[in-house]
Write a protein that binds this ligand. Structure first.
Ligand SMILES: C[S@@+](CC[C@H](N)C(=O)[O-])C[C@H]1O[C@@H](n2cnc3c(N)ncnc32)[C@H](O)[C@@H]1O
Length: 341
């Protein structure tokens, strides 16, 4: 007779799986880095086949693929000794419109994984742990590690693409002619907006190592000359534009830094200028899992945090701006519009 499963055992298993998810996410990172989804485009392959194409160790490759099968990303044919894609694997394919291939590598790559290990120290000391773990803040670290920096910028495109596709349907550009994506990485947001509104031209204000990549990405989208990169520092000055975009930037920074970024935008804004912020919001009854977990990354790796709408209103007000609307988008994201007070 088998003993009945108690609630305590259920909870043990639930918490155990939450803990083990950290190792599972590293297996997913390895599967993304090995381009398994792309290799399987041509049909089932053995671990040896993939190892040969990637110059990786066959046994270790097999074990990572086996973990991928256990997680539901792959299926394994025991008789043939080959792996095939399960539907979920499509999300790790670089050509998928909902790809997380680069995000899988960046979100749990060294720039975030190393500070993450120090999360308990951040909680004890009240200070993020990027400097402790990386020797500088995250963006300084990317400045010195170009390969990781490129993966991070591509990861921002991965993460942003679905919410941006939604946000651009809500933004009424009116008579605007110019749009500036402040801290816009490779310019996915501004490019989508410009593509939908043929009268607009756009630019991306970014750190030098990122701004240099904007034109190449614009060319691939057929937007050569209509979307360009501008090297600059949003803490120093922001160029003029009719519309400003600010996505996933404020959550990286403490209140004082946010006020400085917003004040620089306010100062450069022409009469009638508008600002569109896209961020996750913490709701009245608490944070969704997406927002709460994103907030953990901000806690251990940056001075920032995920915020409530009232906190954004206070930041706007301190920078001479006022909110005009907040529109819910997918996964706890909101499009928040502001204008000069
Ligand atoms: C979290 S990413 C968001 C990227 C993009 N807006 C998105 O949502 O996909 C923050 C961006 O801010 C840029 N950044 C950081 N410090 C900056 C500064 N002082 N001036 C301009 N850009 C900066 C980073 O290079 C990075 O691309």
């Amino acid at each position: 007779m088998t003993a009945p499963v108690t609630h305590e055992q259920d909870h043990f298993s639930q918490v155990y799986h939450l803990i083990m998810a950290a190792w599972g996410s590293q297996a997913i990172r390895a599967i993304a880095a090995l381009s398994v989804a792309e290799h399987l485009d041509g049909g089932p392959l053995s671990a040896q086949d993939i190892a040969r194409r990637e110059s990786s160790d066959p046994d270790m490759t097999y074990r990572v693929l086996r973990a991928g099968a256990a997680l539901g990303l792959l299926t394994y044919d025991v008789t043939q000794g080959t792996f095939s894609p399960a539907p979920m694997l499509a999300v790790l394919h670089e050509d998928s419109p909902s790809s997380l291939k680069h995000y899988a590598q960046a979100a749990i790559g060294p720039a975030f994984w190393l500070p993450a290990v120090l999360l308990p120290d951040a909680v004890t000391t009240g200070t993020h742990q990027a400097v402790e773990a990386l020797g500088s803040d995250v963006f300084g670290y990317f400045g010195k590690n170009p390969v990781e920096a490129r993966t991070f910028s591509a990861a921002m495109t991965d993460l942003s693409a679905p919410v941006i596709r939604e946000a651009v349907t809500v933004i009424d550009v009116g008579s605007a002619r110019t749009v500036l994506d402040v801290g816009g990485a490779y310019g996915t947001f501004v490019s989508e907006l410009v593509q939908r509104n043929p009268r607009l031209t756009g630019s991306v204000l970014e750190l030098p190592h990122v701004a240099a990549g904007v034109s190449g990405k614009a060319r691939v989208r057929g937007l050569e000359g209509r979307v360009t990169g501008i090297t600059g520092d949003f803490f120093k000055a922001v160029p003029g534009a009719d519309i400003y975009l600010l996505k996933h930037v404020l959550h990286d920074w403490d209140d004082e830094s946010c006020r400085l970024i917003l004040s620089n935008i306010r100062e450069a804004m022409p009469p009638g200028g508008r600002l569109f912020v896209v961020e996750m919001l913490i709701g009245d009854s608490g944070a969704s899992p997406d927002a709460a977990l994103m907030d953990m990354a901000m806690l251990f790796a940056t001075t920032g945090q995920e915020r409530e709408l009232g906190q954004f209103d206070a930041l706007f007000s301190a920078a001479g701006l006022r909110r005009t609307q907040a529109v819910p988008l997918r996964s706890s994201y909101f499009l928040i519009e502001a204008e000069a007070r």
